[in-house]
Design a protein around this ligand. Structure first.
Ligand SMILES: [Zn+2]
Length: 263
């Protein structure tokens, strides 16, 4: 890519890219000290003006060779929306959706997070992908399972066809939660105690039928390192959001209409 002012090269999830042909997967980088509203903030609610946030997504798309980015308004729910044929390149924001999926090359799915877990789901033969955002509420509500189910219903892939990568997120040592959250995960409610969201999600992926050796995770913690990220626990309301991304490499089929002179 050509480096752009203010745009840091994204981290790539090579463990997933290595086993799924044509997949592009990663998360945006955060220079030390960046917070809400900075050039590394992809949050629709925290990043600043719509103009600036859209420009950052366009930069991300260019950096990974995609023409179209799709992002949902995340509400800690379990809705999965399909990115089908899109009529123009650019940044597309859909309504309430914590999960996105597609089978169309050239469309980059994106979810934002700052401690929550980006869950990347890919058919190992490279036919389709899904990307979800899961905090503790989404994990308990079955967001990961919803994505596995949605891929099956729409693209007829079964859990043994899938690989899952759990991106950078807050670690169990940094994520102390109270009795209410522990109870929701079926644990002893004598809190507070640390909760490792990625371990919980790994377990759910395996119970869904995804092969154990294809349930992978980043070891990076968004709060304690070793790489700098936005962390809601770390910075509170001053935290920005990373964009985790997942797509299938290739030209987007979206036709570009000719510019209309004098319009
Ligand atoms: Zn940590």
């Amino acid at each position: 890519m050509t480096a752009e002012a203010g745009f840091a090269e994204p981290h790539r999830f090579t463990a997933l890219e290595a086993i799924v042909p044509g997949v592009v997967a990663g998360i945006t980088a955060v220079p030390p000290g960046d917070g809400a509203g900075s050039e590394s903030d992809f949050g629709l609610a925290t990043g600043g003006s719509a103009w600036d946030v859209m420009r950052r997504y366009e930069g991300l798309a260019r950096a990974v060779g995609a023409s179209t980015v799709m992002v949902g308004r995340q509400v800690h729910g379990t809705r999965v929306v399909e990115a089908g044929a899109i009529q123009a390149s650019g940044v597309h924001v859909v309504g309430e959706a914590d999960g996105l999926m597609t089978s169309i090359p050239g469309i980059l799915l994106a979810v934002t997070a700052a401690d929550c877990v980006p869950v990347l789901v890919a058919d190992v033969s490279g036919r389709c992908v899904a990307l979800v955002h899961a905090g503790w509420r989404g994990a308990v509500a079955g967001m990961l399972e919803a994505a596995v189910r949605a891929l099956g219903e729409r693209f007829e892939v079964t859990p043994p066809d899938l690989a899952i990568f759990l991106g950078p997120a807050i670690c169990g040592d940094c994520y102390e939660v109270g009795a209410e959250v522990l109870r929701a995960f079926g644990k002893s409610d004598r809190g507070p105690a640390g909760l490792d969201l990625r371990s919980e999600l790994s377990q759910r992926a395996i119970e869904s039928g995804v092969p154990r050796d294809r349930v992978m995770r980043s070891e990076w913690c968004t709060r304690c390192g070793p790489v700098t990220f936005h962390s809601h626990r770390g910075r509170g309301v001053d935290a920005g959001r990373m964009a985790a991304f997942l797509g299938l490499r290739g030209e987007s089929p979206a036709p570009e209409l000719p510019a209309t002179a004098g319009a």
